[in-house]
Ligand binder design. Structure first.
Ligand code: ARG
Ligand code: GLU
Length: 714
């Protein structure tokens, strides 16, 4: 081999080694990935990303609300996240008169920013490996005793790190409990809405384009974090001042080229890369299809009513989006797993595992039971998994009315035990709960969903998983009777009556409520599920978890010289890759970025989700892109081979210099199975280009004053 050939070989080897799969622990970058990241072009150090000694990138990245990521972009607490992450807040400020969904919202001064009770932002102060402390005094213990001791230790660790409630401390297992970390957060609770584009931009393409590339969504919204005069967390108050973050991200106008290095810091929620084949099979063949079937019925009914009435469209916009999101992903997931032959891949892996432990007697003793035991457990779980999903999807989250009844049911059941003070508080809670329910409630819509789904529960589940009283009811009542004699008879459909009753809730009213036909039905279904399904279901899952820990330990030993990342668990991770196109099918290549041109191509005033705002069309006509455009084009979104999952929404996409270049918001359809199996050829994450975000703020919304507080680099 000559020198050129050797260099060539080295290049081929080293690029194919670029492990794009993986969500890495920020404190362990030195040990794991930083070298490779730097080879790919990253110019910063591990300390620049995460440091306990000085401010680092991690100080600019937050948990936004219950399940998204956000980032600081100014020293006055300005925060970027996705439009869909702020969606329920934007929607809650909207009405037919003030339709921020259609028109967008822009605070033209700090006074106009809108508070969002209940919305929280979490800053990670530090994280630490606490495995040894979690394991203290567990030696010799087994089963429940072992778990109880662990729980006790975890509680002590959390209390220790919470430091007089100034910090929130959470211990979480990694590698299924082969390791533990404590995460310590500061929680800010005064978070105000600053700006959001019209949903025709922020949700452009709606659920049709969701989970797909090519994509043209301006998926961003802007909030501001407020603090007290000492920069500490405080409940909402007019006296609060903009929070000064330890670190905020500079923004680059340079854009992206193919092969550029991209890094994401964020909060990926859940992945399951180390499942045995039985588990993957259950997802593909049963759980996903069941939940898809239930939601398909629900979504059909919602969209029918939403199309017929603009009021219903607004009321159900957020509910529709969240129901359809997972529904669509599951469909992509099944497809991807089949295409990859996931079961074959898992079977091969398992036979390698068997070969590995069979090399050595002591390994054989430890591990030979694992795979057969998985098989036994998943066979036992199968029917319970179906029943669990049905009750969960239908009784707990299927209909608006049952969600409301659920609140009342819990309060009523425990009523006798409450102090008078607590009773006063609970009446207030229920009133605010019912008010927010009725704001976004349309009875004809929910009634239809109710009847459809309840019937499905009855038709689809083995009678073994139905209570006798429920079976009687369903045999006696047809759909019309179910609607008239159960739903419409209930006090839960009458806002005024329910309000009076709630305000004066006492023992006799609690009794009365417990006879309400919807409450009776809910309690029957819920009670049956708790007694006859959930206990077995979670018992089996506990066993599976213990086994999965052992299996994970085996995998870690077998692959001792490879880098293994822990499954996502909604803790801060680093993921990285390159800006990269992909080939979704034979003869088709998807390029790595989209432009405003594509928005105009998709324009369709007849379809709500594709109705491009006139102002955006005007800007396109005049090519008025300012410094945000590139070669006469206005870039909109781009893709990269970075391993992400739900929770990564809003995560900053950061370039080789540590500058913000985009906001992550989705994955490509062909790669949605990456929560279970990652395919480097097909898995791409989707980001909105930060230049499009700035263009919209500046040129579209005329809120350019916001740019003054940012650090924008050319
Ligand atoms: N698929 C993205 C995620 O998982 C975006 C969802 C919001 N958009 C929507 N059209 N429902 O969260
Ligand atoms: N849209 C997702 C979220 O809300 C991110 C996309 C994904 O699942 O990768 O977190």
């Amino acid at each position: 081999m000559n020198k050129v050939q050797i260099t060539f070989l080295f290049l081929v080897l080293s690029t194919s080694l670029f492990a794009r799969e993986g969500m890495w622990i920020p404190t362990l970058l030195d040990k794991y990935s930083i070298e490779e990241m730097q080879q790919m072009g990253f110019k910063l150090t591990a300390e620049d990303i995460y440091s306990i000694n000085h401010n680092s990138l991690k100080d600019a990245v937050v948990i936004f609300g219950g399940g998204c990521t956000g980032e600081m972009v100014s020293d006055e607490g300005l925060l970027f996240t996705n439009y869909h992450c702020g969606y329920s807040n934007i929607q809650s400020h909207s009405s037919v008169e003030n339709d921020y969904l259609t028109d967008g919202f822009w605070a033209m001064s700090k006074e106009e920013e809108l508070p969002n009770p209940g919305l929280e932002v979490r800053f990670l102060e530090y994280m630490e490996d606490v495995t040894d402390s979690v394991m203290v005094n567990t030696e010799g213990l087994e089963g429940f005793d072992f778990q109880d001791k662990i729980d006790e230790n975890i509680e002590a660790i959390e209390t220790y790190h919470s430091d007089d409630d100034k910090y929130e401390a959470v211990v979480k297992p990694l590698y299924y409990g082969n390791q533990y970390f404590v995460y310590v957060y500061k929680v800010y609770t005064d978070v105000r809405l600053v700006g959001a584009p019209p949903s025709a931009i922020g949700k452009f393409g709606g659920d049709t384009d969701n989970w797909m590339w090519p994509r043209h969504t301006g998926d961003f919204s802007i909030f501001r974090v407020y603090a007290d005069e000492n920069n500490e967390p405080a409940e909402y108050s007019e006296d609060n001042v903009p929070y000064q973050p330890k670190k905020y991200l500079p923004i680059s106008l340079n854009g992206v080229q193919e092969d550029d290095f991209v890094m994401l810091l964020g909060y990926p929620g859940t992945t399951q890369q180390y499942l045995p084949s039985e588990a993957v099979e259950m997802v593909m063949e049963q759980s996903d299809p069941d939940m898809i079937a239930i939601r398909t019925e629900k979504l059909n009914i919602l969209s029918k009513h939403m199309e017929a009435d603009p009021k219903v469209r607004i009321q159900y916009a957020s509910k529709y989006a969240s129901t359809s999101n997972a529904w669509k992903k599951w469909q992509g997931e099944i497809k991807g797993l089949k295409r990859m032959d996931a079961l074959g891949i898992k079977a091969d892996f398992e036979s390698d595992f068997e070969k590995w432990y069979n090399q050595n007697d002591s390994l054989t003793t430890i591990y030979e039971g694992v795979l057969p035991e998985f098989e036994r457990l998943y066979v036992a779980l199968e029917d319970y998994d179906r029943a669990y999903n049905y009750y969960n999807e239908i009784v707990l989250r299927g209909t608006d009315i049952f969600s409301l009844v659920n609140y009342y049911s819990q309060v009523c059941k425990a009523w006798d035990g409450f102090t008078d003070e607590r009773k006063v508080e609970l009446r207030g809670r229920l009133v605010s709960e019912m008010k927010s329910h009725f704001k976004d409630y349309d009875q004809p819509t929910d009634e239809e969903v109710f009847v459809k789904l309840i019937r499905m529960l009855y038709d689809d589940l083995d009678p073994l998983f139905l209570s006798e009283s429920f079976v009687d009811l369903m045999q006696k009542y047809d759909d019309e009777k179910l609607q008239k004699k159960v739903y419409q008879k209930s006090v839960f459909t009458d806002q005024e009556k329910l309000l009076n009753l709630t305000n004066s809730l006492d023992e006799s009213k609690v009794k009365k409520l417990s006879k309400d036909p919807l409450m009776v039905l809910f309690d029957d279904l819920r009670g049956f599920a708790q007694r006859n399904i959930n206990m077995v279901y979670s018992g089996l899952n506990d066993e599976i978890e213990i086994l999965q820990k052992k299996y994970m330990k085996g995998i870690m030993d077998m692959k001792a010289d490879e880098l293994l990342y822990p499954d996502a668990n909604f803790t801060m991770r680093i993921a990285y890759g390159k800006v990269e196109d992909y080939k979704p099918m034979d003869a088709v290549v998807y390029t790595h970025y989209t432009t405003l041109e594509g928005i105009i191509e998709k324009d369709n005033p007849d379809i709500y989700d594709y109705n491009v705002p006139q102002r955006l069309k005007d800007l396109y006509q005049s090519s008025d892109y300012g410094k945000y455009g590139q070669n006469g084009e206005m870039p909109v979104a781009f893709i990269a081979s970075v391993h992400t999952t739900g929770g990564n929404s809003g995560s900053p996409a950061i370039n080789a210099n540590g500058e913000l270049i985009g906001l992550n918001f989705d994955r490509c359809w062909e790669g949605t199975m990456s929560d279970i199996l990652f395919d480097p050829d097909m898995c791409r994450n989707i980001m909105v280009d930060v230049r499009y975000v700035l263009f919209l703020i500046d040129k579209f919304a005329g809120a350019g004053y916001l740019l003054d507080e940012m650090e924008i680099r050319n």
